[in-house]
Design a protein around this ligand. Sequence first.
Ligand code: IVH
Length: 697
Amino acid sequence: MARLAGTVATADIDYHTLDAPRLSDADYDAIKQRLRAIEELFPDLAAADSPTRRVGAAPSEGFGKVRHARPMLSLENAFAAQHVAAFVGRIRNFLNLPADAPLWFTAEPKIDGLSLSLRYERGDLVQAATRGDGTTGENVTANALTIADIPRRLTGAPDLIEVRGEVYMAHDDFARLNASGTDRVFANPRNAAAGSLRQLDAQVTRRRPLRFFAYGWGELSAPLADTQSGAVARLAALGFPVNPLTSVAASLDQMLAAWADIEQRRATLGYDIDGVVYKLDDLALQARLGFRSTTPRWALAHKFPAELAWTRLDRIEIQVGRTGALSPVARLAPVTVGGVVVSNATLHNEDYIAGRDSRGSLIREGRDIREGDWVQIYRAGDVIPKIADVDPARRPAGALPFAFPTRCPDCGSDAIREPGDSVRRCTGGLACPAQAVERLRHFVSRNAFDIEGLGTRQVEAFWSAGWLREPADIFTLARDHEGDLRAAEGWGDKSVANLLAAIEDRRAIPLARLIFALGIRHVGEVAAAVLARHFGSWPAFLAAVDGAGAEPATHAPDDRTRRAALAASPCWAELSSIDGIGPVLVRELVTAFQQPGERALIDRLIAQLDIQPDAGPVQADTAIAGLTIVFTGTLERMTRAEAKARAEAMGARVAGSVSAKTDIVVAGPGAGSKAKKAADLGVRVIDEDEWLAIATG
Ligand code: IVH
């Protein structure tokens, strides 16, 4: 089977990618047919990446999905030197290092392209995948094989190695591509690189001048080196292009000097970079620091200042969001900022327009923003462009201060501002069409239910037709409106069948997507994933949210009252103890579930679904995977933060208080009531030595 699979894989590359077949079609078909026949007889032996599964998929089905063996993470951003200092300080605290202990960091350009993970097995490039959502990406192997910078074979590499880096397009290649007129015009090199790599036809990718810089790795069968810089040097020795501006800094000053040096060369590099990435050089220390939910603790992206441009603000429009927030948006005369054409910018809220911040202090020296004004736009990375300033000297005569509406522009309900809230909200609730439609749009969006064929346009149309009022209605469309749908303009039997099948397909929904899809204020994608990971199942999550009851007096001025209040409300305490889940989020979450209308809507939805429990962390085969651990007392050889991170990385949950659900209590010297409670409950109590044996074992 391995021999046949190898022959087919080589023939596929020769044919599809290199345009140079060496087998006749008949021979190819016969070999592939034989492989398929054996796989059908012995399905357990069929390789997950067998060419019978890989190729032959009709291009219109898009790319296959690849689950990353190690997640592809993003980076924490910093915009100022003091953020970099804080980053270094946090690392010292976490590792309990004195301020004068030497600490080395690599500094390298942050390439403005898209990341790619290249998997080599026994030296052969077997798979290339985009980042996707970090857990699952797209299989772009055929496309990656056309990029000259990417070696197809490695010699002297570990048996298994995933090389990660950035695909990008150089400025001159980008200009030539846009000028050639053979393809569509791209807004900037990054879009061009992304559009070129994610081509269903690898022949199109081949004609695009894509490049690659390696800067990291995923799964490895053997370590590359002891340091980040050593590992990158090893990647270079294996034949990967690595960025020549990479250096090692021995202090905060040297890090900032490297940043300034790279920024100064930025204009002459010939490709886009948007900052400098610092990475702790010592890989053993990197491993101790580990990861937060989506970013490593040992790396930081220090961004370059945002790009600026002046343009005219034509109109201020108010959009009503899914939580009822009235958001002002500036419609601008189109202007290019940092290579991207911008025609909208956010204006945040009414105070921002009036020239005040949320505390009432003046911003822009109190200058307000009016329709017709000349405004300065700034854009940092991918974030929505913002308005930095306004030029009162160019204000048209007769321009009036902007009157922020006090009624919802969509449903006419009162729009009110709670004391202390900077945002004005429509009080129409689900009766407000804008809110309901926004919630439905959010519900079907890419990182939520992601139902193929049910996008913004369809949601709006189904809403107007009265078929869709709330998420549960999506799952009763087939029962209640199949006939209506077939009769609707633009819908045929096939498209209706496809849509209904896509909806059926999504009844089975991963817990994290469901929690995110509910659209509760502050519960974004990351928080939803954290909650799903913590509770594991919908019933466990619901029990915690329902059991939370009224908010305990966590605002009490003294620690003791605060702790007592939390202790009296174990569910509240559990929710608030989750890393990454703040008090404001807990409040919003609990309140949402306590509102009868909202709760009924959630219950109706849940009745339609088959909720898949969270599969747990990738690394689940550890001694403490799935267990709940509480740390108490002083730890002497590891900071509390490191112990917590380590336990979570090994698949355990870390809780703040002891309950019958606790599996292990790690008690250091000075442990008080928690250790006692554990003993009363019969929970296993271990000391720091035993914990270290588990953590390093
Ligand atoms: S390291 C675990 N190094 O920036 C750390 N990323 O904002 C993973 N990027 O998704 C990334 N240049 O696509 C790293 N020198 C560099 C980079 C770099 C560009 C991208 C990468 C990542 C994104 C995070």
